[in-house]
Structure formats: C-alpha cells, structure tokens
Design a protein around this ligand. Structure first.
Ligand SMILES: Cc1ncc(COP(=O)(O)O)c(C=O)c1O
Length: 388
C-alpha cells in the first residue's frame, strides 16, 4: 500500500540522517572467527562466552536428539506433551541455580514478556533499573502495572520510589539485569534483596550475561557475596540459553509454586511452540560442561580483565566491556577502523543505550587467544582512545 510504504520510507530516511538505521550484514561464524565480505575477522561481538555453540558434546547432543525426535517441537508443550528432554533440562537449571524448579521458554525475551505480566498487574508496582534489558521493560508494559524507573544501580533512588509508591499497591516487583548487557557491570543484588524484603517486593534478576560466566558459572546471584549471606534471596532467577549456553531459549528458576503458576499463566509459554528437541538437548549438554569445569567458566572474565588492565579501564566485572565513544558518527567510524585492523566489534547506538553514550561493546570469550586481546588493546589505545 502506498501510504504504508511512504510511512516506512520516511521513517528510514530520518533514521539514516541520524546514523541510527540498523542493517543486517551477512556474516558466517566459526569459533572466535567471523567471515564477512570475504574477510576473516576476530569477533568480539558474540555472546557465546564459552564458545559452547561449537563444543563437540553440545553439537553431538543436538544431532542425536534431532535424529531421534525430528527438528520441530510440533506445538506448545501444553498441547503436544512435555518432551522428556525438557524434564532433564529444567532439573539441571534448577539444580545449578539452587531453586526448587525451572520453566524453559522459547527465548529470553519471551521469558520476561511472559513472567512479568503473569506476576504483576494493574494493581501492582514494578521498579526497574533504567538500564534493564528491553524485554524487562516490555514485560512491565504488558503487565499494566504502575512502573517506576530507578537510576542505574542507585539503591537510594530505588528506596525513595518504594517509599513514595509502594503503599496502596497490592504487590511489588523489582526487576534488573544481573549483569548489564551494554555496560557489563553487576547489579547490587545483595543490597537489592534486602531492600526488596523490607518492602515485601519480589526481586527478579535477568542473568542473560551472568550464567556460565560469573559466580563460578552459576551466575550473578552467586557472585559478590550473595551465597554467603543467609538472608539473601533472588526468588525469580531468569535467564537465557542463547548466550554462554550456546543454544537458544529462556528460563525462570523459582519455587515450585511460582513455576507451577507460570506454566499455567504466562502467555508466551502457553501460546508459543516449544523449543526444537535438538536445542533442548544441546542446552543440557552445555550445562554439563559448565558444571563439570568451573575453571573454564572463569576464562571469559579473565580475558576481559586482560583487556581492561591493558587499557587502564575500570576492572571488568563480566565478559562485557564497553568503551564509550559518545556520538553515533564517531562510534561507527571507530567500529570501521577496528574492522580494518581485523576485529569485529559492533557499535552500539541509541536507543539501545542513552543518547550521547554510543559505544563499542567488547564481548570476550573463553577461546580468544591472549595475544589477539593484547593486539586489540594496542589498536584501541592508539587509534580509538588516542593515548600514547
Ligand atoms: C539482559 C538480557 N535479557 C534478555 C535477553 C533476551 O534473550 P534472548 O536472546 O534469549 O531472547 C537479552 C539478549 O540480548 C539480554 O541481554
């Protein structure tokens, strides 16, 4: 339709002018390498933090399950029946997270878009860290709850908002990334847990970038002293199977009662087809690797710290290190420059990050050779940060 195409064309023109249009670039991936325009680049733009998407055991599990059970799941798990592979995966996840039960979703995005509206509604209050992932914001919007945003990791601001808005609301939920996806820092979960308990609020942590990487591979609830504090509790531990697990899907680990409720109320679980059997089996195999080899799970953080030390940046807290460039034009140029040097480092622009904080986002994986990280740091120092 003409009016529709005109609408799309005008929107795209405005995005082009602001350097905010996003384009898909054909890129094949193998290990830490990416192949683009006939060139091999070392990729620092991949969340496969443990390179498990390429692990022989994980691939073998996917092939075996696919050969036995076929490619697709056929329907929602409530309709076609719950495949035994799911039982195994959910039991593994719950054990790793020290929770009573787990529920696997089609993706991390679908998980938050289903969990949050199943637990909170128009009579309730939701508090979000301003840098929480887009799917947490989407879940809060879908819930219809009164939503307040606190400044990034600012506990005093979160407390102020609870004092001002908790009264009169039936239930309250506080939701935050455990490891922030564009900043790489950790949420102050121990203090947030205390605050949540004081105001009878339920704490949800999204551990998309923590599982397999921090807390001995168990995620952000097990980092920064959480495990040592008897009163510490994150009753809603959500995450994804698509990053360090190397597969696909999302999950929630929680009490048996909460998981039973989610399975009967979360719309993105009920009304969406189950994951392919090969993906479920691959995720379980990946969890086996993480549980059996915590030293391997420590590697991405060690690599990230090699980089931050080389550049005198604040010490990395996770596998993600941002280098803030500021303006969108400059960040695109910096990303192009690194590509010219053989590195794939994606430029992150608004609205993914706040205006004026466009950045290079470096993601480190267990198998990045130290020598490549050192060379990358040299190039960033001399050509992007222009330090001597
Ligand atoms: C913090 C966070 N939560 C959730 C998601 C969504 O997970 P998935 O890619 O499995 O949909 C992401 C992915 O980018 C993320 O960074």
């Amino acid at each position: 339709m003409r009016s529709l195409d005109e609408f799309a064309g005008e929107k795209l023109k405005a995005l082009d002018q602001a350097q905010l249009r996003r384009m898909l670039v054909v890129t094949a991936r193998a290990g830490t390498w990416a192949e683009r325009d006939g060139r091999r680049l070392i990729s620092f733009s991949c969340n496969d933090y443990l390179n498990l998407s390429q692990h022989p055991d994980v691939i073998a599990a996917a092939i075996d399950a696919t050969a036995r059970y076929g490619v697709g799941a056929g329907a929602s798990r409530l309709v076609t029946g719950n495949h035994p592979l799911y039982e195994a995966l959910e039991a593994r996840l719950a054990r790793l997270k020290g929770a009573e039960a787990a529920c696997v979703f089609g993706s991390g995005y679908l998980a938050n878009a289903g969990i949050i509206p199943a637990l909170a509604g128009p009579d309730d209050l939701i508090l979000l860290d301003e840098f929480s992932h887009a799917c947490i914001h989407a879940g809060a919007k879908l819930s219809g709850a009164a939503t307040r945003i606190y400044r990034h990791c600012d506990l005093a601001h979160a407390e102020q908002l609870l004092v001002a808005h908790r009264t009169g609301k039936k239930r309250a939920l506080i939701a935050t990334d455990g490891v922030f996806s564009m900043d790489g820092d950790l949420a102050p979960l121990v203090a947030l847990s205390k605050l949540a308990q004081r105001f009878d609020a339920w704490l949800l942590s999204d551990d998309a970038h923590g599982l397999g990487v921090v807390g001995g591979g168990r995620g952000s609830s097990f980092a920064n002293g959480g495990a040592q504090d008897a009163s510490f509790e994150v009753p809603l531990q959500m995450g994804t199977l698509s990053k360090a697990i190397g597969a696909y899907g999302g999950y929630l680990c929680a009490s048996r009662a909460v998981i039973d409720l989610i399975r009967t109320r979360a719309r993105t679980f009920i009304y969406s087809t189950g994951l392919p059997p090969g993906v479920v089996a691959a995720a379980t195999a990946a969890l086996n690797v993480i549980e059996s080899d915590p030293a391997y799970a420590a590697e991405p953080l060690r690599k990230a710290r090699l980089f931050t030390r080389a550049l005198n940046l604040p010490e990395a807290q996770s596998a993600i290190v941002p280098v803030i460039v500021g303006d969108t034009d400059a960040v695109m140029k910096a990303s192009d420059l690194l590509r010219g040097e053989g590195f794939l480092v994606v430029a992150i622009r608004p609205p993914t990050v706040p205006a004026g904080t466009a950045r290079l986002r470096f993601a480190f994986t267990a198998q990045h050779p130290d020598a490549d990280i050192e060379r990358l740091a040299d190039v960033v120092r001399s050509r992007v940060l222009r330090q001597p």
